[in-house]
Design a protein around this ligand. Structure first.
Ligand code: DON
Length: 305
């Protein structure tokens, strides 16, 4: 396994130069684009790492399936999916167009920005502080990393420049989708996106999903099997945004990318994989990260299809 992972990372390096770090969040453009690391956590609890796996990065949209699990555990499926849809979109992750053209207004799915912001407004807690505390504790629990925290510079950068996310949130508030105070919800969303992780943290989360909600390391149940399976399904249909179809064909693994360069993958009953390389393609997915997963899928026969 170590040998195959090393080779996958070596292969992936050839594709770093095809991408660019995200620039619409100013702080992300400062990250060294030449990093590439990957970690596998198997359901037997073995851990394999290769490349720059000591690097940390902000979760960005990799956080979305995790927040979704907490919101469903808090509110139940009926509540959540009355307000957020289940359909993939061929539009960009931050697109606003469908919010107005679909009637009644509803974000298409919980993996695009609009859906994820709405999801954060469903998280329970008597005030903003408690909601954030519950969220970070859930992220710590599922990643097995008790010291997870958000990166304050990235948080500030997102908050200061998140005009489009603000527009999405305000539009959803006007349509009674988003619950509570718009600015408080955005603060929670930006903090969540700025949570700093390494490849092992997201590989561990992937392994919990792969194991149907149980941690292969602690053997503790973190979420219901039903919730873990539902989230994996969203990762297949919407996890790589408007590249989800091509990724399903070429890689065939439930996965979620983020503009920080991370990709979290969950191979049912086998392993979680965390990959990090900050240079992104046009759609916001890590160029080298996708190639590492493509290589691993081919060599280890990981496709679920
Ligand atoms: O809200 C945003 O735009 C970012 N915090 C997260 C977007 C993201 O990661 C999309 N991923 N490919």
């Amino acid at each position: 396994m170590q040998n195959i992972l090393d080779k996958a990372v070596e292969y992936g390096r050839n594709f770093i130069s095809y991408g660019k770090t995200a620039s619409y969040i100013p702080e992300l453009s400062k990250v060294d684009p030449n990093q590439l690391g990957a970690t596998i956590v198997t359901l037997q609890g073995e851990i394999y790492s290769s490349g720059d796996c000591g690097s940390t990065f902000s979760m960005q949209s990799v956080s979305k399936p995790v927040a979704l699990m907490l919101a469903i555990a808090d509110r139940g499926e009926d509540f959540v999916f009355k307000r957020v849809g289940m359909e993939p979109t061929g539009d960009a992750f931050n697109s606003i167009i469908r919010l107005e053209t679909i009637k009644p207004s509803k974000p298409l799915n919980p993996m695009i920005n609009a859906g994820a912001i709405a999801i954060d407004s469903f998280i329970l807690g008597s005030n903003a502080r408690e909601r954030f505390r519950r969220l970070i504790e859930f992220f710590r629990h599922i990643s097995g990393n008790d010291s997870l925290w958000y990166n304050p510079s990235i948080y500030r950068s997102e908050n200061e420049t998140g005009f489009r996310n603000r527009a999405l949130a305000n539009f959803m508030k006007d349509n009674d989708i988003l619950i509570g105070d718009v600015e408080e919800v955005l603060e929670l969303y930006f903090k969540q996106c700025s949570i700093e992780v390494n490849c092992q943290d997201i590989a561990t989360i992937g392994s919990v999903l792969a194991a149907g909600g149980v941690s292969p390391i602690t053997e503790q149940r973190i979420v219901d099997k039903q919730i873990a399976n539902l989230v994996k399904t969203f990762m297949v249909t919407c996890g790589m945004y408007d590249a989800s179809g091509e990724f399903a064909v070429r890689v065939g693994i439930p996965a979620k990318s983020g503009v920080g360069g991370g990709i979290m993958a969950a191979v049912p009953n086998r392993m979680g994989i965390g990959v990090f390389s900050p240079a992104l393609d046009q759609k916001g997915n890590s160029t080298a990260g996708v190639k590492v997963l493509e290589y691993l899928s081919r060599e280890l026969n990981l496709s679920i299809f």
